[in-house]
Design a protein around this ligand. Sequence first.
Ligand SMILES: [Cu+2]
Length: 198
Amino acid sequence: MRTTVPRRTRLRPIRTVLLPAIGALMVGALVLGTAAGCGATDPSPSRPGPEAHPSTAVASVFHVRDPWVKAAQSGMTAAFGVLVNDSGTDATIVSATSSVSPMELHEMTMKDGKMLMRPKADGITVKAKSTHTLEPSGDHLMLMALAEPVQPGDEVTFTLTFADGRTAEFTAIAKPFTGAGESYDPHPGSGPSASPAT
Ligand SMILES: [Cu+2]
């Protein structure tokens, strides 16, 4: 089923943006890298800010392999891919955002003999030096309410936020897919936002 994933997304580079909330050693390395690569406009290490320049060394630490999103006209859809953590520490994704829809992190669970999806309360953890696959029938990035249609071939950019404040951006290509139509079972503790949209 997944063999129809377009191959041209395979080598797409993922830009990773570092926020200040990392170790002083890493900040030092990042500042050195940006000072060399981006001219002398503002080498001050005191305000790297959200526009911090991508660093090749850092970008290689976390990326998403074969990202894709299920094409849909409206309502809910989901994004998938292989999360790759090449760093020596576990990485926990606590949220995801996209310009086309509000998002949640979802997992699948069995309830009354049926597979249902629900918000993943503790985020999605990718162990050090390992991968975690987002796929239909497994963990996925849920687009809760599309603001516009996502057509096959469209590219959708997502931003992942980690527990330590880092973010990573990746772009997924939309493709038609008839699966991943699982029922939505809002987490019992997730409060008022729970209205199944099917
Ligand atoms: Cu879902």
